[in-house]
Design a protein around this ligand. Structure first.
Ligand code: G6P
Length: 480
């Protein structure tokens, strides 16, 4: 990639995701304040210097008036973001409805589909994203579509321009074909994804499930490279994401974080700290985790005043009724257990319904003795990676669900559990608290090495360069 004057230029990367990496708050008719959110994808792409990334997505707010839309578009442009404006009705049917009430539970094996009527809104929303991409696309750009919200997008983009380089990556699990085939729109969705040049998943298993869905449901041919349809190959592969581990490691040296660490150590002196950090989502298995902790306290009176569970539960998708029910359920269980095992001076569970800022989160990871990541299903789960990155001094233990993608990479260092088996999780808590320093060191070493060598930046670079290569190979095949 060179300019006419011979200087290299960076390839433009259009990242299309449901949500932009900024949250927008309206301050006046034509004034907005923007805050960058620090998700995994954002830090992955900030670290990639090879590409010039632009983001296209929903700003998460309803902006019905043109003046407001113009002002927000201008403010976002400074952050290299381009908004897709979705009205309230579309958000209700596409985001709350088809995405989070149908695809999300289905892909995590937590519910079978209903309300097929919302599929029309899903397609319409995907088309709206495609319109914005098409408006900003320039020849040579790479278009990288993300997640279950945008499964229809690769097809919409290729309908506009069959030469566009299109990749699609799923951040959730892709379920067994037996689950996927229950979706009334199963075939249309698979065909739409197959329009992409490269399709990526976190694990080999998810990729395999996707290929079997295409062979069993669509009758197409699965090959070691991907899926073939009448001579056209869609490449399918696993690209496990990571984190920007240096960002966490360096944060621990910052005075503000050090202060937080000291405060936490004083606050919980004499007690072992167990930590859960999750979005308050049913896939995270928070009720099951807390019930396992209760069982542990029930069976181990010795530990009752010597251990505390800090559960950070970040509110999410609060307009969806299932999430509202989950919040009440968790509060009820926490209240009951604290009533049962608490004393006048200490409670066994500190439950927070909010997120923590980055310094507070790093400090919490650093003082933790045992992290509990017990998702019922999870595409990857980067909390487990973040915890490991902050544990060079303490060498705490990670209890990890075998149903999180991270189990494939951190399995050898963690204690793997079936989160549905409360007895097993309770006994793994005992195992973790009693583990010898040598064993902890050995397990931590394994995980730390993985987390610091499989970074988010490397993940993004690998996916995009594989996409470039895939398109070149396809062109060569056609020429032959
Ligand atoms: C999961 C999804 C992401 C999503 C995030 C937060 O990690 O894979 O695509 O952005 O949850 O959910 P939200 O609905 O708030 O965007």
């Amino acid at each position: 990639w060179e300019r006419p004057d011979g200087k290299p230029i960076r390839q433009r990367l259009l990242v299309v995701a449901n949500r932009l990496p900024v949250s927008a708050v309206r301050r006046g008719e034509e004034s907005w304040s923007l805050e960058i959110s620090g998700g995994g994808l954002v830090s992955a792409l900030l670290g990639v210097k090879e590409f010039e990334a632009r983001w296209i997505g929903w700003a998460g707010v309803n902006v019905p008036d043109e003046a407001g839309q113009r002002a927000l578009t201008k403010a976002l442009a400074e952050k290299r973001c381009i908004p897709v404006f979705l009205d309230e009705e579309i958000v209700h049917q596409y985001y709350n409805g088809y995405c989070n009430n149908i695809l999300w539970p289905l892909f995590h094996y937590l519910g079978l589909p209903s309300f097929q009527s919302q599929f029309a809104a899903y397609k319409k929303a995907n088309q709206m994203f495609a319109d914005v991409v098409n408006e900003h696309y320039e020849e040579g750009d790479v278009v990288w579509c993300h997640d279950y919200h945008l499964m229809f997008l690769p097809k919409c983009l290729k309908d506009y321009n069959s030469q566009m380089k299109v990749g699609w990556f799923l951040h959730t699990p892709f379920p067994s074909s037996e689950i996927h085939r229950t979706l009334p729109s199963r075939s249309e969705l698979l065909r739409a994804v197959l329009a992409a040049d490269l399709v990526g998943f976190h694990t080999y298993d998810y990729a395999r499930h996707f290929v079997s869905a295409c062979t069993r449901i669509l009758g197409l041919e699965g090959t070691p490279e991907g899926v073939e349809d009448q001579g056209r190959l869609t490449r399918v592969a696993a690209f496990p994401i990571g984190i920007d581990s240096e960002r966490f490691i360096q944060a621990l040296e910052v005075p503000n974080v050090q202060e937080h660490i000291k405060e936490l150590k004083d606050r919980f002196a004499g007690r072992k700290v167990m930590l859960g950090v999750d979005r308050l989502d049913m896939i995270k298995g928070i009720p099951q985790k807390i019930l396992a902790f209760e069982k542990f306290l029930e069976e181990n009176p010795y530990w009752r005043d010597k251990v505390v569970l800090l559960q950070i539960a970040v509110p999410t998708r609060t307009d969806v009724p299932e999430y509202q029910k989950l919040t009440s359920q968790v509060h009820e269980i926490v209240g009951r257990i604290n009533g049962r095992f608490g004393s006048l001076t200490a409670v066994p569970i500190h439950h927070l319904d909010r997120s923590l800022d980055f310094p507070a989160l790093c400090a919490l990871y650093a003082v933790t003795d045992v992290a509990l990541v017990t998702s019922l299903r999870d595409g990857m789960n980067l909390v487990s990676y973040e915890f490991v990155a902050c544990q060079e001094l303490k060498k705490g233990v990670l209890i990890l669900s075998e149903f999180a993608g991270a189990a494939q990479s951190l399995g050898a260092g963690a204690i793997l559990v079936n989160p549905w088996n409360i007895t097993e999780v309770a006994s793994s808590i005992g195992q973790a608290l009693n583990m010898s320093p040598e064993e902890r060191e050995k397990r931590h070493r394994h995980n730390f090495l993985h987390v610091t060598t499989h970074t988010a930046q490397e993940w993004a670079e690998t996916f995009v360069s594989e996409l470039n290569d895939t398109v070149i190979e396809a062109q060569q095949r056609i020429r032959k």
